[in-house]
Design a protein around this ligand. Structure first.
Ligand code: SF4
Length: 426
């Protein structure tokens, strides 16, 4: 038995973990296959960040269990780390369960079956990620104590990955023709806190020295840890796309304190002003939680005012999800689901208007675009202001001889709430 396939759920960090596992398994002589039917092993990398993510993971496991026949079903990642025993009990078709960072255990387990059947895979290129971009994980875990979040329990304390290994991986990607490196961690502003005198700023400068035509994108900056020097590096280094994803979660001090988060509305507004001044054209993205325990209607309305005032180019909203084992789980004053839904809908509909207005300002302008996929009769790409799998996309109807992974100049011709349309230009 040698063929395996992998289903990855959840965040970009899971995508990176799956990639590393695939590479390690290939080195061990296993073959990656895309088709479920051809696989001897089905691996599912699960997520349990919030209720919806858990449900999606469980549904995937159930589907795999239904069609597994004599295949080996292995479940790993965040959900199995947290609910391993329950999963095994409820879904007996699962053959093995592993948590996070357990590649060696998974490989050893799979080795036991390896010689049982003649090989049939061809180890084609790993095609789970497109040709244009790669996630580059720069740290593991998180040492913050946000009261709604289970991640530190699952993924452990924050540990920076060494600059040498990040740079080596980045060089390999650039050499392979990848045009966008997306730096991810639970919170990249903490990078280097456990290294001597080497911080995110040094890492960004070093990565930008790699020869080649590529973008660097930064995902997840903790708002109160963005300092002037970091803003300056982002503004100065050309390869860094002027797009910042800064989860703020709320604007009101009482709720932020209950969430165990630092900063205040005033600090956030000041930082946003600094960023907009220092980085012209910057796209700001943030995420907010509505319906956190005890959130009053007035506090929610203040949050809406904050969002209106800032006019984020991109915004994600989550309804508070009560996670067992977190501090917030035990808070009195849980908000009813109907209220959460109404608050969620209100923010989403306000943001749809802001988003459309922001997208319209791009009309008639020229930008560099990166092509992610070519579909039958259209090309799907992105501008600097789109993070893959998170934001909208750029659609080009005339594909010509375009290839995935190519960078081109485009003129924006149509703007919608999330997506843009454009044509190739000089
Ligand atoms: S910063 Fe807060 S929300 Fe983000 S992973 Fe760490 S504890 Fe969770």
């Amino acid at each position: 038995m040698k063929n395996f396939t992998i289903i990855t759920l959840g965040c970009p960090k899971n995508t990176v973990d799956s990639r590393h596992l695939i590479e390690a398994l290939k080195r061990e002589g296993f073959f990656y296959v895309e088709e479920f039917k051809k696989a001897d092993f089905i691996l599912i990398n699960t997520c349990c960040f919030i209720g919806d993510a858990k449900e999606e993971s469980v549904e995937e496991i159930l589907t795999a269990a239904k069609f597994k026949a004599d295949r080996i079903l292995i479940v790993f990642g965040c959900l199995s780390k947290r609910y391993g025993d329950e999963l095994k009990r409820e879904i007996p078709e699962i053959d093995a369960i592993f948590g996070v960072d357990e590649n060696i255990g998974i490989i050893n387990y799979m080795r036991k079956f390896k010689e049982e059947k003649v090989e049939s895979g061809n180890n084609a290129d790993y095609t789970v990620e497109p040709k244009s971009y790669r996630y580059l994980k720069i740290a593991e875990g998180c040492s913050r104590k946000c009261s709604f979040c289970i991640i530190p329990d699952i993924r452990g304390k924050f540990r920076s990955i060494t600059p040498e290994s990040i740079i080596k991986e980045a060089e390999e990607f650039v050499r392979a023709g990848i045009k966008e490196l997306i730096l991810v961690a639970q919170d990249i502003t903490q990078y280097g806190k456990d290294l001597k005198g080497y911080t995110l700023k040094e890492l960004l400068r070093d990565l930008s020295q790699i020869n080649g035509d590529f973008w660097i994108r930064l995902l997840y900056l903790y708002p109160s840890d963005i300092d002037e020097k970091l803003i300056q590096v982002i503004a100065e280094v050309e390869k860094i796309v002027k797009y910042l994803d800064i989860p703020m979660q709320h604007s009101e001090e009482r709720i932020l304190r209950l969430m165990g988060r630092r900063g205040t509305r005033k600090d956030y507004l000041r930082k946003i002003r600094q960023m907009r001044e220092a980085i012209p054209g910057v796209t700001l993205r943030s995420t907010f939680i509505v319906g956190f325990p005890t959130e009053t209607e007035a506090e929610f309305q203040s949050l809406v005012d904050f969002i209106e005032e800032v006019q984020f180019e991109r915004l994600g909203v989550f309804k508070y999800s009560r996670e067992e084992g977190t501090k917030a789980y035990y808070l009195k004053g849980q908000v009813p689901e109907t209220v959460k839904q109404r608050r969620y809908d209100e923010v989403m509909s306000r943001q749809a208007i802001i988003s459309l207005e922001k997208n319209r300002t791009l009309l008639g302008k020229k930008y560099e675009a990166l092509i992610d996929y070519i579909d039958a009769d259209m090309a799907i790409g992105r501008l600097y202001c789109h993070a893959p799998e998170i934001d909208g996309v750029l659609i080009l109807e005339d594909t010509g001889s375009l290839k995935a992974g190519e960078k081109i100049k485009v003129l924006i011709t149509e703007a919608y709430e999330y997506d843009l349309k454009g044509v190739i230009t000089q």
